[in-house]
Design a protein around this ligand. Structure first.
Ligand SMILES: Cc1cc2nc3c(=O)[nH]c(=O)nc-3n(C[C@H](O)[C@H](O)[C@H](O)COP(=O)(O)O)c2cc1C
Length: 176
């Protein structure tokens, strides 16, 4: 396999959810690359019905109320991913609104980039969206999809076996 491709898979595979962070800020230039990934992600009909709130520095501590797990409170950076359903593509056949899909695609790509850069992340869904909206002044029509806790991991990212269902349980050939 080509070395670049090998590295690509290595970066993907070393991603894991990180819940303990070092006391070390993420460099601005890394952050700006992550924000570009969020911006450039693919999405249905290119409607881009997504917003991301960067919570760091002085604002960061006040935001800790949203977390129950202690480790997340030490993450130097949180990105709050939001969907704007009014701006999203809606599938005609069943009226499915793609705002959340488009938002989660962007998050996933950014998390992959973070892993490549040695930054640990955890997708935190177990928050109270209403509380997050109040703390961050998020408008009524915007939905909070996830909080991504980010920082240098206490334990470095390495490729390791993941607890996953076997392929044959999830991949179906030709038909279910
Ligand atoms: C949509 C989503 C929501 C999640 N919510 C939480 C959460 O609220 N708290 C948490 O500790 N981990 C959360 N996780 C992390 C998962 O528990 C984790 O991805 C899963 O156990 C697989 O482990 P891995 O990420 O280390 O491969 C979430 C992950 C995803 C993708």
């Amino acid at each position: 396999m080509d070395r670049d491709i090998e590295r690509f898979y290595e970066f993907l595979n070393r991603r894991r959810s990180v819940r303990e962070f070092m006391d070390r800020e993420i460099e601005e230039e890394k952050l700006s690359r992550f924000l570009d990934v969020l911006r450039n992600a693919q999405g249905a009909a290119n409607r881009q019905p997504r917003h991301f709130i960067v919570v760091k520095g002085e604002k960061r501590e006040g935001f800790n109320r949203v977390f129950t797990k202690e480790g997340f409170k030490n993450a130097p950076l949180c990105i709050v991913a939001c969907a704007e359903p009014d701006k999203a593509w809606v599938r005609k056949a069943d009226r499915t609104n793609y705002a959340w899909v488009d938002t989660t695609i962007a998050i996933t790509e950014m998390i992959a980039a973070s892993s490549a850069e040695g930054i640990g992340t955890c997708w935190v869904a177990a928050i109270d969206p209403a509380q997050v909206k109040t703390i961050l002044d998020i408008p009524e029509n915007i939905e909070v999809v996830a909080v991504i806790a980010m920082g240098y991991p206490k334990e470095p990212l390495v490729v390791q076996e993941k607890a996953r269902k076997p392929l044959e349980e999830i991949i179906h050939h030709e038909r279910w």
